[in-house]
Ligand binder design. Structure first.
Ligand SMILES: Cc1cc2nc3c(=O)[nH]c(=O)nc-3n(C[C@H](O)[C@H](O)[C@H](O)COP(=O)(O)O)c2cc1C
Length: 659
């Protein structure tokens, strides 16, 4: 049977180095190493990397991995390629990757001034002195001596050699993102006056020495990939011009360049490192495209890739040679295989909600999760066990994300599922938030789930159906999963009954006037406000009771929102520590923390003050069958990840719960 692949370029082999061939143009970007404290791979990590290979990428990148933990260890639980103790677990890991025809790379890292002194005998090293972010910015950086630089260069080579023993096909040297090598490149962190400082040749020297050392120790057939930030996107940081020069110097010493962006040294720059939803797909591709003009080795781009149509188009223009995907593979690890086998319509695209990275973003969060949650993939980070099979009748009430997931979860166990929905379509409250273009992947998520549901013979969908206790009694199902969601909170303030006042869920349906006041500056209000101001040219004022906006957004997304606000100062206004005390014909009366009142003129007022679970209705449907669960927003109004996970597993484990 021939394969229905619509992406011939994406699935053409990528030849690089001395005889290395990736079966396609897709790589998994490094996303942490799944390490034990002794620096070896965890069993779950080994399974995760095999899963990435099974999902179809041509190259799986393992790691981050330390090369010289004595002088550079960022958080203790990191893979260590300076200890041969890693080799048995590394070999198990690479065997899993090779089993599915992928190549295994491993990311080599030295954190430099990002090394946590807790793990490095109290000393944090960098190209130059100064202070690093530990101890509230008061921890000194010790300048590396020539002797230590030599030791670190050798350590990169030794680590690569150990990786080769572990059956890796190549290494990915982390030369960007504000890690040690990038610290040498960036004038911001490199004020040396010796052969490592000043000119671009000097600031690039350590890259060249490392590339040469790896080649010397590993030979020609072993691949060397350098991960670079195409620009630091930071004042006094490395520029695209610097990186072009560096790339030209690396060109005949490495086999591939992998172009990311930005540095951890500037949290604003992180918006390019994990490109936010406002930046759109393929946000950093322009950097790779520019660098490719100056080198002959293949150039891979990373940053918000995942849509196979877009990637195929970029390849057709010859702009880049391949794509590394990070968050997309958390959202849907099977993205490549689905695209290769004509199932691209089933790919769930990452929504760039930043849930995954925010929870790991040291130093900006106090404790790293050490794993990643995904808003659209309940299985992310969870070892998959086969669903227990049964033949229960499962009634799912509500076809929002939690209900759709519950239906799919239960259907996997072979049960007969009846999915009832009050309205005439799928999506629940998500329907109200997917209006902005930067939320397009939320809409797609619902569409993909809808298609999956439609394909399942054992799911019957009943739209325009209100489930009552009587309905349940009559149907007499074995299990009921109540996913009826939440409703927007309506504030009781004078004037709230006026026509100009709408709820956050009514924006798409009722539209907005030219001057809009949002009451409530949580994540939802801010996103809608940005869209109204940026895309629709409205004059928007957000009035927030507390001192901060979007405080319920994941850290990286919270910052993204604030940056969007800064871009449109003339149309997006924020009043914090303020409350609307009255709504009048011509606007709203706002009281600030000092008690001073002012009029903000507007012709639409949107109440965006949160959602409350439909608790009473949910309770009335609860415990009317042997198995009964209230899930998602109906239980607790929360973020998408919680609704999706809660709903899916309520359905998936319905048989076990039944006993
Ligand atoms: C949870 C998570 C962990 C990451 N860990 C690493 C890492 O260990 N090393 C690294 O170089 N980049 C790391 N990254 C960055 C990714 O490799 C990638 O460059 C970034 O996520 C942008 O690509 P994407 O838009 O496809 O996600 C991580 C990203 C995420 C989301």
């Amino acid at each position: 049977m021939s394969c229905k692949c619509s992406f011939p370029l994406l699935f053409s082999p990528l030849k690089f180095g001395d005889g290395l061939v990736s079966k396609n143009r897709l790589l998994s970007a490094p996303m942490g190493g799944s390490a034990n404290y002794d620096g070896s791979f965890t069993t779950e990590g080994i399974a995760k990397f095999e899963q990435l290979a099974k999902g179809g990428v041509g190259i799986v990148c393992l790691g981050e991995t330390l090369v010289h933990s004595k002088t550079g260890n960022n958080h203790g639980r990191v893979l260590r390629l300076d200890d041969p103790g890693i080799i048995p677990s590394l070999r198990r890991c690479t065997a899993g990757v090779h089993r599915h025809g992928a190549l295994a790379s491993i990311e080599l890292i030295h954190p430099g001034r990002r090394a946590d002194p807790v793990w490095t005998n109290g000393v944090t090293y960098g190209p130059s002195g100064g202070m690093c972010h530990f101890a509230d910015g008061q921890h000194p950086v010790t300048e590396l001596t020539q002797e230590l630089i030599d030791e670190i260069v050798e350590a990169f080579g030794d680590a690569a050699e150990m990786a080769k023993y572990g059956d890796c096909d190549m290494v990915t040297v982390q030369g960007g993102h504000g890690w040690l090598l990038n610290q040498f490149l960036s004038p911001n962190t490199n004020q040396r006056t010796d052969r490592y400082g000043g000119s671009i040749e000097n600031r690039s020297r350590i890259y060249i020495e490392i590339a040469e050392n790896i080649r010397k120790k590993c030979g020609k057939g072993f691949g060397i990939d350098f991960r670079l930030s195409g620009s630091d996107f930071m004042e006094n940081g490395a520029t695209l011009e610097d990186v072009i020069e560096l790339s030209k110097m690396l060109n005949d010493k490495v086999d591939m360049l992998h172009i990311s962006a930005a540095t951890f040294d500037d949290k604003r720059a992180s918006q390019r490192m994990f490109p936010n939803m406002f930046l759109g797909p393929g946000a950093n591709e322009f950097l790779a495209r520019e660098i490719k003009k100056h080198v002959t080795v293949p150039v891979v781009t990373v940053g918000s890739h995942g849509d196979p149509w877009l990637m195929e188009e970029m390849l057709s223009k010859g702009e880049v040679d391949g794509f590394a995907m990070g968050r997309q593979l958390l959202a849907d690890v099977d993205t490549p295989e689905k695209a290769r086998t004509g199932r691209e319509d089933d790919i769930i695209l990452c929504t760039r909600c930043e849930e995954c990275m925010s929870l790991n973003f040291i130093p900006y969060v106090k404790f790293a999760l050490g794993g990643a949650l995904c808003a659209v993939n309940p299985w992310n980070g969870v070892p998959k066990t086969p669903a227990a099979q049964g033949n229960l009748t499962v009634l799912v009430v509500g076809a929002g994300p939690a209900g759709m997931e519950a239906a799919l979860g239960a259907a996997e166990g072979g049960h007969r599922v009846i999915l009832c929905e009050k309205s005439d379509s799928f999506g629940g409250t998500l329907k109200a938030v997917w209006g902005p273009d930067f939320k397009a992947n939320v809409k797609r998520f619902v569409e993909v789930l809808a298609k999956r549901i439609e394909k399942k013979d054992n799911i019957e969908v009943r739209f325009n159906t209100t489930v009552t206790p009587e309905y349940i009694k009559e149907l007499d199902p074995d299990a009921v999963i109540i996913a009826i969601g939440a409703q927007p909170i309506r504030l009781d303030i004078p004037g709230a009954e006026k026509n100009k006042v709408i709820l956050s869920t009514e924006i798409l349906e009722k539209g907005l006037g030219d001057k809009v006041v949002f009451i409530g500056g949580g994540m939802a209000g801010c996103e809608e406000g940005i869209y109204a101001a940026k895309n629709q040219g409205k004059d928007v004022t957000i009035i927030e009771k507390t001192g901060a906006i979007a405080s319920n957004a994941p850290f990286v997304h919270n910052l993204a929102i604030k940056i969007e606000f800064e871009k449109l100062p003339e149309r997006l206004h924020v009043m914090t520590n303020s409350q609307v005390v009255e709504i009048r014909e011509n606007g709203v009366i706002v009281e600030n923390e000092t008690g001073a009142r002012s009029l903000v003129e507007c012709d639409t007022v949107v109440m965006c003050v949160g959602m409350k679970p439909k608790a009473e209705e949910a309770e009335s449907l609860h415990n009317l069958a042997c198995y009964s669960r209230i899930v998602g927003d109906a239980k607790k109004a929360a973020r998408m990840n919680e609704a999706v996970t809660d709903g899916y597993f309520a359905g998936y484990y319905v048989q076990e719960a039944e006993g």
